[in-house]
Design a protein around this ligand. Structure first.
Ligand code: FA5
Length: 389
C-alpha cells in the first residue's frame, strides 16, 4: 500500500550512508536527486545497482496495491503514489541520468511498459469498483418503476359550499337571481341604509373590523338588499350568499368569519305568508325531512315586523348542548318584512313596493345538516375532518 512507501522516506537511507561514511566504511555513492524519491532504503539500493529489477518489483507491488484497493478513494491514493506526477515511476525516470547508457535504454522501455500495464490495470480496477459502488447504490435506492402510481386524491367541495350550491339551485328554480356584494363595505350600506343610524344600539350587536379609511368588513349580507334594489329596481327576487365578519368571541357556535345567505323578495303586496312559504320550502329541501322550527318575534331595524326562525338543535335533539347553548334551539333564520325606510333608501316608493327578507346563517345550517358539533372545525383546514364530506 502507498502508506508503506511513505513510511520509509529515502532520507533514512541517506542517514545510513552518512553514518557509514563517518566511520570510514566504503559504500556506493547515492546521487542526491534520489533523496526526493522517498523510496525504502532497499529499493533505493537496488535501483542504483539493478534498475531493471527495481522497475519489475515496483510494478508487481503496485499491481498488488491496485487490485487490493477496496474503494475508489483507496485506488486513487495508489494511482497518485505510483503514476502521479511526483509518483514512483516519475521518480525512477529521474534517475536515468545517472545510469550507464546500456542500462538506460532497456530501463526506459521497461518503464514505459510498466506504466502502460499499471494504467490499464488501474482503469480496469476503477471500472470494477465503480460498477460495484453503483450496484450498491442501486440496491439501496431501488424503486419499482412498474408499480402503478397512487394518483392524486381528488378534492371535493367544502360542506358549507355544498349547502350554498343547493340553496342557489333551489332559489334559482323559484325565479330568484344570485347576487354578490363587497366584503369590504361602507358604513352607509352596512348600517345607515338599513335603518341603523350611527348612534343606534343595534350597531353594538354587530361589532366588526374597521379599515383606517372608514370602510369595514361587512357584518352581514343585508347590505346587498339596498345595493340590489338600487341597481336592478323592483320587482326583485334575489339571494346573496357570502362571507361576513364579526369581532366577537369564538366558541362552538360563533366564528369571527362565517357565511350567510341573504334573501329578498320585493313586489306589490308581499306578505308574511309568502315569507313563511319560502322558509318552509328552504328547510325541507335542505334537510329532506321534517325538522322542528319555531317562529318568534325578533328585532332588526331593517324589517318590520321581524322574526327569528329557530331550528330545534339537531346535534342534541333539543336536549341541550354547547352548540345550542343548552337551550335546545339554534338561531338560524332571522327574517321579516322589509322596513319602508330601506325601500325608500333604495330609491323606491314604499307605498308601492314592499317585500320580505331573511338572513340565513349558512355556516350554522351546514352544522345542523351534517351534525357538526363545533363551528371551528369548518375553517380549521383539518383534512381528517374535511374528508368526511
Ligand atoms: C343578521 O345578520 C341579519 N342581517 C339577518 C336578517 C336579514 C334579519 C334580513 C332580517 C332580515 P344575525 O346577527 O342574527 O342577523 O345573524 C344571522 C344569522 O347568522 C344567525 O341566525 C346565525 O345563524 C348566524 N350567525 C350570527 N353570528 C354568527 C357567528 N358569530 N358565527 C356563526 N354564525 C353566526
Amino acid at each position: 500500500m502507498p502508506t508503506d512507501r511513505a513510511s520509509h522516506p529515502f532520507v533514512e537511507a541517506a542517514r545510513w550512508y552518512s553514518a557509514k561514511a563517518k566511520r570510514g566504511v566504503q559504500v556506493d555513492p547515492i546521487p542526491s536527486r534520489l533523496y526526493s524519491l522517498g523510496l525504502p532504503h532497499t529499493q533505493a539500493r537496488t535501483l542504483l545497482t539493478n534498475p531493471i529489477q527495481t522497475i519489475k518489483d515496483l510494478t508487481q507491488s503496485a499491481l498488488g496495491d491496485i487490485n487490493s484497493a477496496a474503494t475508489l478513494a483507496d485506488l486513487e491514493k495508489v494511482r497518485v503514489a505510483v503514476l502521479g506526477r511526483k509518483g514512483e515511476l516519475a521518480g525512477i525516470s529521474k534517475t536515468f541520468g545517472s545510469m550507464p547508457p546500456e542500462d538506460r535504454a532497456k530501463a526506459g522501455q521497461l518503464l514505459n511498459e510498466a506504466k502502460a500495464t499499471l494504467e490499464k490495470s488501474f482503469e480496469d480496477r476503477k471500472a470494477s469498483l465503480e460498477g460495484s459502488e453503483s450496484d450498491q447504490r442501486f440496491k439501496a435506492e431501488w424503486i419499482d418503476l412498474t408499480v402503478p402510481p397512487q394518483g392524486i386524491a381528488p378534492g371535493h367541495i367544502h360542506p358549507v359550499t355544498q349547502v350554498q350550491d343547493e340553496i342557489e339551485q333551489l332559489f334559482t328554480s323559484m325565479g330568484f337571481r344570485v347576487l354578490d356584494g363587497p366584503e369590504v363595505e361602507t358604513d352607509y350600506y352596512n348600517f345607515d341604509a338599513l335603518n341603523i343610524p350611527p348612534d343606534h344600539p343595534a350597531r353594538d350587536m354587530q361589532d366588526t373590523f374597521w379599515m383606517t379609511d372608514g370602510h369595514l368588513l361587512r357584518t352581514h349580507t343585508s347590505p346587498v338588499q339596498v345595493r340590489a334594489l338600487q341597481k336592478y329596481g323592483a320587482p326583485m327576487r334575489m339571494i346573496a350568499p357570502g362571507r361576513v365578519f364579526r369581532n366577537e368571541e369564538v366558541d362552538a357556535s360563533h366564528e369571527h368569519t362565517f357565511y350567510q345567505v341573504e334573501g329578498m323578495m320585493v313586489d306589490r303586496d308581499v306578505s308574511v305568508a309568502h315569507l313563511i312559504y319560502f322558509m318552509q320550502t328552504l328547510l325541507s329541501s335542505i334537510f329532506g325531512r321534517k325538522v322542528t322550527v319555531r317562529l318568534r318575534p325578533g328585532y332588526f331595524p331593517f324589517v318590520e315586523p321581524g322574526f327569528e326562525l329557530d331550528i330545534q338543535c339537531l346535534i342534541c335533539g333539543g336536549n341541550g348542548c354547547p352548540v345550542c347553548k343548552q337551550s335546545g334551539w339554534v338561531e338560524l333564520l332571522p327574517c321579516g318584512l322589509v322596513h319602508p325606510n330601506v325601500i325608500s333608501n333604495s330609491g323606491l316608493d314604499p307605498k308601492e313596493w314592499n317585500g320580505f327578507a331573511f338572513g340565513l346563517g349558512l355556516t350554522r345550517l351546514a352544522m345542523m345538516r351534517y351534525a357538526i358539533d363545533d363551528i371551528r372545525l369548518l375553517q380549521s383546514g383539518d383534512l381528517r375532518f374535511l374528508n368526511q364530506f
